[in-house]
Design a protein around this ligand. Structure first.
Ligand SMILES: NC(=O)c1ccc[n+]([C@@H]2O[C@H](COP(=O)([O-])OP(=O)(O)OC[C@H]3O[C@@H](n4cnc5c(N)ncnc54)[C@H](OP(=O)(O)O)[C@@H]3O)[C@@H](O)[C@H]2O)c1
Length: 257
């Protein structure tokens, strides 16, 4: 008998990654949860096993460490885990002027948002390809569609990720594997029980609930990949109507508001 297949979700200890893990488990998909916070991962794994009768494994792993991709894939091989879906979700942004932020924190962001995604995708793809239905979901951001002052490097990491993911998607077109380039705008914080916490915000209509973001991503995966989400598609289109050189100042003004 073949070993069971798993979806591997990075950054599963909280936020969007946790919502991904719950949604996949609800679809009876076994999950491997990756992040650094052991307690949070174990508590989530326990909850998913009890609620959905699936297999939920925990891999405590720092994705900014050396040779991330090859080491993580070796760990999976050692435990005979077969992966049919990779969700590259772990990521963070640092806000503030580039020259005033510590360079160590910023290079950590480059490592997590970009290098870890590239390495994991490279090292895991050969075994993903062995499955009849395999996929990769790369969690980028609408931040990658334009330069953003005071989040210059974060926006650049997401621009890199979007470009990489869309190129990969095209390369995979004739294969059995599909890639989704997920570009959410601002996401509502998740409440204790997984519900989206609403608040009074400017431009409130641009916020999405984490549940909607994940639902769109999984729907897009089932349809063969792409950029999901109506609001995100609309914001990409709207930017085409504005002269490119005017965009950084406009975005900076909106962010200050
Ligand atoms: N929130 C938004 O409004 C928004 C909007 C657009 C795009 N996004 C993107 O969506 C993704 C998830 O965002 P989020 O808001 O859900 O983030 P979050 O709540 O801050 O969660 C980040 C996750 O990444 C993990 N992580 C951080 N550093 C890590 C490391 N060195 N090694 C392994 N895991 C690490 C964290 O777990 P540990 O700390 O336990 O390691 C955590 O599980 C990110 O890629 C983000 O850029 C978010």
């Amino acid at each position: 008998m073949e070993n069971p297949s798993f979806a591997l979700v990075t950054g599963a200890s909280q936020g969007l990654g946790r919502v991904f893990a719950r949604a996949l488990a609800a679809r009876k998909q076994n999950v491997i949860l990756v992040a650094r916070s052991k307690d949070k991962l174990e508590s989530l794994a326990g909850e998913l096993k009890r609620s959905y009768s699936i297999l939920a494994e925990v891999l405590v792993f720092d994705l900014t460490s050396q040779s991330t991709g090859s080491r993580l894939v070796q760990l999976l091989c050692d435990q005979y885990f077969r992966v049919n879906l990779l969700v590259n979700n772990a990521g963070f942004g640092v806000g503030g002027e580039f020259l005033n932020l510590p360079i160590a924190r910023q290079t950590e962001m480059l490592q997590l948002n970009n290098a870890a995604v590239v390495e994991l995708t490279y090292w895991l793809s050969p075994s993903l390809m062995e499955h009849p239905y395999a996929g990769i979901i790369n969690v980028s951001s609408t931040a990658g569609f334009q330069p953003i002052a005071c989040a210059s490097l974060y926006a650049a990491t997401k621009s890199f990720l979007t470009s990489f993911s869309l190129g990969l998607q095209e390369e995979l077109r004739s294969s059995r594997m599909s890639a989704v380039t997920l570009c959410p705008g601002r996401i509502l914080a998740e409440g204790r029980n997984g519900e989206a916490r609403n608040g009074h915000r400017r431009f409130g209509f641009t916020y999405q609930s984490p549940g909607d973001v994940v639902r769109d991503a999984l729907k897009s995966l089932a349809n063969g990949g792409g950029i999901p989400g109506f609001v995100n598609k609309l914001s990409i289109f709207a930017q085409r109507l504005i002269p490119r050189r005017a965009v950084p100042a406009l975005v900076a003004r909106m962010s200050r508001q």
